[in-house]
Design a protein around this ligand. Structure first.
Ligand code: FAD
Ligand code: NAD
Length: 481
């Protein structure tokens, strides 16, 4: 990175609008990357001071990829931006749309004398993502691991090895060995499937070699309430995925709804083909809960403050320009917004890019309008240059017409991909207005190269490649930090 000295820090310009961006995820970072920050006083607020490349997060749970390889510090991203751009590591706790103020709190371990504050905005972009859903099922929050953030992946990585080492403890009871070596994944969406695949790879490629005495007891179970896994993929790929997972010896329990979780067991209800229901109690060592998203408290609170959002259940309802319905000067992107698309990184980043274009255009419109007013005034004062001035006004008006003609946001689906273990992947890719469905080892290579090319920076790309090579050559690092 180029060096930037403290004196280079640009002070906020009172003549510009303050644009506050909440979050440093896919939506917000795509916006920041593409925004002409010179046009605004930009303030970014997020408790996470880095961007996380979530598609490779499941690989961090087993140490195939080291977690820092898929993180990019937000300060490194922002230092390249022009104008006044500030970042505060804090959580937005409340948005007051009446006063146009966001309350923020530093909830990190180290706090100064000021840990809470207010930030005024002229324009606000909400990109805070979503939380893990538990559907209020008892025991989930207390006993299971989620897979959304870096901490979650680190926690899972530690816990896998803790279970394995405890199972290998001298004279461990047979019952405990079976329980501890049983890894249960709830939710057969892409997160659950990818994690189950990575886990089985870890076992086959490393654990089996290192702890052969207990390895036959290792088992992965994937529980899904619906009749199939990966509901958003084509039928052919669903079948391929289920067959591959079974070949990998992953036990798939379909039409099985988890109802309760205790410290050591999962209680689930299976729907039998004859319509009867059976109750199962499944002992586990590690439980990973991957049943999708629910809205964050800050979004729930904002919804309650905007009467037009009374019927919003899954997030902030936005219009085709991503404006939060019923609010002034608030936009929303990504998983916290309901624009009619799936909660994916692909959607969030396209929304962020769209907003950047919209805001760049809005700033240009304002500057063109100001110039037109200035020229029109000078036309009255100095009629000498009338022809030239009129020409410039005409040209500016033509440009303005183009700028103002911003088409509404339309998501362009590039396809869906998922890793399914044993160096195989599935992909439903959009190609020349058609759809190509493929699964297998070649698709795995495509999956790897596609995600590698999407990594945030060259640094990330290099680190991920090195991690892949390292794991291939020396195996995953099984030391428990
Ligand atoms: P996020 O990326 O979750 O970012 C939210 C940001 O807001 C974070 O920086 C967070 O710290 C911050 N924040 C939270 N609360 C506050 C607050 N109160 N105030 C301020 N900031 C706050 N999608 C795909 O398209 N392809 C994939 O392959 C894929 N793989 C995935 C794998 C996993 C394991 C997971 C969990 C998800 C995956 N997704 C994938 C989905 C994708 O990650 C999400 O849809 C995407 O992250 C949504 O982007 P976002 O910007 O809305 O939220
Ligand atoms: P999801 O919502 O896609 O899937 C959750 C699954 O859990 C559902 O199939 C649901 O039927 C099941 N479920 C819910 N409650 C259950 C219960 N009590 N017992 C058993 N099963 C239960 O969630 P996800 O996989 O976390 O994905 C979230 C979003 O992120 C999705 O939009 C997904 O497309 C995206 N994502 C994409 C990728 C990828 O493209 N490779 C990877 C991960 C996530």
């Amino acid at each position: 990175y180029e060096d930037r000295h403290p004196q280079d820090q640009v002070k906020p310009d009172p003549s510009k609008k303050t644009l506050v961006v909440l979050g440093t995820g896919w939506g917000s970072v795509a916006l920041l990357k593409n925004l002409d920050t010179e046009n605004y006083n930009v303030i970014v607020v997020s408790p996470r001071n880095f961007f996380l490349f979530t598609p490779l997060l499941p690989s961090c749970t087993t140490g195939l990829i080291e977690h820092r390889s898929i993180m990019e510090p937000i300060r490194a991203i922002l230092r390249h931006k022009k104008g006044s751009v500030q970042y505060y590591e804090a959580e937005a706790t409340t948005i007051d749309p009446e006063r146009k103020v966001v309350k923020v709190a530093d909830n990190s371990e180290v706090k100064g004398s000021i840990a809470e504050n207010e930030i005024h905005y002229d324009m606000l972009v909400v990109g805070v993502g979503a939380e893990n859903s538990t559907f209020g099922i008892p025991g989930v929050r207390e006993n299971s691991c989620f897979l959304k953030e870096i901490d979650d992946a680190q926690r899972i990585r530690k816990k896998i090895m803790d279970c394995v080492e405890t199972a290998a403890f001298k004279d461990q009871s047979q019952e405990d060995i079976d329980r501890l070596m049983h890894m249960v994944v709830v939710g057969g969406g892409p997160t659950g499937v990818e994690f189950a695949g990575e886990l089985q790879d870890f076992f086959e490629e490393d654990i089996k070699k290192l702890i052969p005495e207990i390895s036959p007891r290792f088992k992965v179970t994937l529980i899904e309430a619906l009749p199939n896994v990966l509901p958003s993929f084509s039928k052919q790929l669903i079948e391929y995925t289920e067959n591959t997972l079974r070949e990998e010896k992953i036990d798939i329990k379909l039409k099985t709804m988890v109802k309760r979780v205790t410290e050591n067991t999962v209680e689930a209800e299976v729907s039998r083909p004859d319509g009867t229901k059976e109750r199962l109690t499944i002992p586990y060592g590690l439980l990973v809960w991957a049943t999708g998203n629910t809205i964050r408290p800050i979004i729930k609170d904002l919804i309650s403050r905007i009467p037009a959002q009374a019927n919003s259940r899954r997030g902030l309802a936005v219009n085709e320009y991503l404006v939060v319905q019923g609010a002034r000067d608030i936009w929303a992107v990504g998983d916290c917004a309901v624009a009619g698309y799936a909660p994916t990184a692909q959607v969030a980043s396209q929304e962020g890019t769209f907003l950047a274009r919209l805001f760049n255009n809005m700033a240009k419109t304002e500057s063109h309008e100001a110039r037109i007013t200035e020229l029109s005034t000078s036309l009255n004062v100095q009629p000498g240059n009338a022809a030239e001035t009129a020409q410039e006004i005409e040209s500016l008006e033509r440009q303005l017409k183009k700028i103002r003609d911003v088409k509404p946001f339309r998501y362009s689906h590039q396809g869906s991909m998922a890793y399914i273990g044993s160096e195989k992947a599935v992909a439903d890719v959009t190609w020349w207005n058609g759809n190509i469905a493929s699964g297998g080892s070649l698709t795995f290579l495509f999956w790897r190269s596609a995600y590698l090319s999407m990594c945030f920076s060259t640094r990330n790309r290099v680190l991920v490649i090195v991690d892949w090579l390292k794991s291939k050559a020396f195996g995953r690092d099984v030391s428990r930090e």
